[in-house]
Design a protein around this ligand. Structure first.
Ligand SMILES: *[C@@H]1O[C@H](CO)[C@@H](O)[C@H](O)[C@H]1NC(C)=O
Ligand SMILES: *[C@@H]1O[C@H](CO)[C@@H](O)[C@H](O)[C@H]1NC(C)=O
Ligand SMILES: *[C@@H]1O[C@H](CO)[C@@H](O)[C@H](O)[C@H]1NC(C)=O
Ligand SMILES: *[C@@H]1O[C@H](CO)[C@@H](O)[C@H](O)[C@H]1NC(C)=O
Ligand SMILES: [Zn+2]
Length: 301
C-alpha cells in the first residue's frame, strides 16, 4: 500500500502538470502574442485614451490592458457564441470577402473577427453616454484581443483545415499543428533564441524595430481613411495573403518544420505583432480621443 505522503505527492505532481499544460492551445496568438500586442499598443495611447482605458478595465487588470488581452480566449467556451469571432474561414482560396466569409457556422452574418472588431469599436463609441446598455469593459477586452487575432495570418485561413489546426507537423522534433506553430511555437523559439527567453526583452526588441527599421512603414500601417469604422477588413486581407505566401507555403501533413521555416517566418510574426499593436492604439485613440490633432495616429520618432 502507498503511504499517504506518497499519494499526496502524486496528487501534487499531477496538479502541477495539469496547470502547466497550456490552456490557450485552441486558437489565437498564444498568451504571449496577445500580451505583446497590448503592451506595444499601451505605449502609443494618448493621455485621454489611457485614462478612458484605465477607467474601463476590470480591477483584476491592475490598470494594465495587457493583463486582460487573453480574456476573450479564457471565456470562449463559456460564451460559446463568441467562439467564431476569433477567426475567418475562406473556402480554400487566397482571398477573403466579407460578404462571403464573415459569418458563423449557422450562417449568421457579421459573426467573424472583422465583424467583431467593428461591433466592439462601435459599442465603445458610446463611452460616456449614460444610456449605453453595453458592458464596455467586455467591449474593450474583446476589441483588444480581436485586433491581435486578425493579424495572426492563420486566423484568416482555409475552412477545410480549420486555419491549419488539422495540419499535423513537427516543430523541430515536437509534434504539433500548423496553427499552433503560428500562435505559439514561432514566438517561443524566437524568444528563446534571440531574447534570452525574456518576454520583456522581446517586446523591447519589437518596439526598437518600430522606431528604427519600420518607422517609415508605420505611417502606411496606420493608413485608414474610414473615419469611424475600422480598417479590419484590410487587415484580414493581408492575413490571408500571408497565410498563402508564408504559413501554408511548402507545408504538408506530417512536414517537419525547422530552421529554414523558422528563419523565413519569424520576421513576419514580429511584424504582425508590431502592426497589431500600432493599429490597436490607432483604433483606441480614435474612439477615446477623436479630438487629438493627429487623428489618433501614433507618433514614432
Ligand atoms: C456584438 O456584441 C454583442 C455584445 O457582446 C454580441 O452579443 C454580438 O454577438 C456581437 N456581434 C458581433 C458581430 O461581434
Ligand atoms: C461587465 O463584464 C465584466 C467581465 O465579464 C464583469 O465582471 C462585470 O460584472 C460586468 N459588469 C456589469 C455591470 O454587468
Ligand atoms: C527580463 O528583462 C528585464 C529587463 O529587460 C528584467 O528587468 C527582468 O527581470 C527580466 N525577467 C526575467 C524573468 O529574467
Ligand atoms: C529588428 O531589427 C534588428 C536590428 O536592426 C534586425 O536584425 C532584425 O532582423 C529586425 N527584426 C525583424 C523581425 O525585422
Ligand atoms: Zn482569439
Amino acid at each position: 500500500m502507498m503511504r499517504r505522503s506518497h499519494v499526496l505527492l502524486l496528487i501534487l505532481i499531477s496538479l502541477l502538470f495539469l496547470s502547466i499544460s497550456p490552456p490557450w492551445e485552441a486558437e489565437a496568438w498564444g498568451k504571449e502574442g496577445h500580451f505583446m500586442v497590448c503592451k506595444i499598443a499601451e505605449g502609443y495611447l494618448t493621455e485621454r485614451t489611457s485614462a478612458a482605458v484605465a477607467d474601463l478595465l476590470p480591477a483584476s487588470a491592475n490598470g494594465d490592458l495587457a493583463a486582460v488581452c487573453s480574456w476573450a480566449d479564457e471565456i470562449r467556451f463559456h460564451y460559446r457564441w463568441s467562439s467564431p469571432l476569433h477567426y475567418i474561414n475562406t473556402p480554400g482560396v487566397c482571398t477573403y470577402k466579407y460578404s462571403r466569409d464573415c459569418h458563423n457556422s449557422k450562417g449568421v452574418v457579421d459573426m467573424c473577427v472583422v465583424g467583431a472588431i467593428n461591433n466592439y469599436t462601435e459599442q465603445l463609441y458610446s463611452y460616456g453616454d449614460s444610456t449605453s446598455s453595453y458592458n464596455l469593459t467586455e467591449s474593450l477586452m474583446f476589441l483588444a484581443h480581436f485586433v491581435g487575432d486578425v493579424h495572426q495570418p492563420l486566423h484568416v485561413g482555409f475552412e477545410a483545415d480549420e486555419g491549419g489546426n488539422t495540419i499535423i507537423v513537427h516543430w523541430y522534433r515536437r509534434k504539433t499543428n500548423l496553427h499552433h506553430v503560428w500562435d505559439v511555437s514561432i514566438i517561443e523559439t524566437a524568444m528563446r533564441d534571440f531574447y534570452g527567453d525574456n518576454l520583456t526583452t522581446m517586446i523591447d526588441g519589437i518596439k526598437m524595430n518600430i522606431t528604427n527599421g519600420w518607422s517609415h512603414d508605420v505611417d502606411h500601417w496606420e493608413n485608414c481613411p474610414n473615419k469611424r469604422a475600422t480598417c479590419a477588413n484590410s487587415y484580414a486581407l493581408e492575413s490571408i495573403h500571408l497565410s498563402c505566401n508564408y504559413a501554408y507555403k511548402d507545408v504538408e501533413q506530417d512536414s517537419t518544420l525547422g530552421d529554414e521555416y523558422f528563419f523565413s517566418r519569424y520576421p513576419v510574426v514580429e511584424k504582425r505583432i508590431a502592426q497589431a499593436g500600432i493599429r490597436l492604439a490607432l483604433i483606441l485613440n480614435r474612439i477615446f480621443d477623436g479630438s487629438s490633432s493627429d487623428d489618433g495616429k501614433v507618433l514614432v520618432q
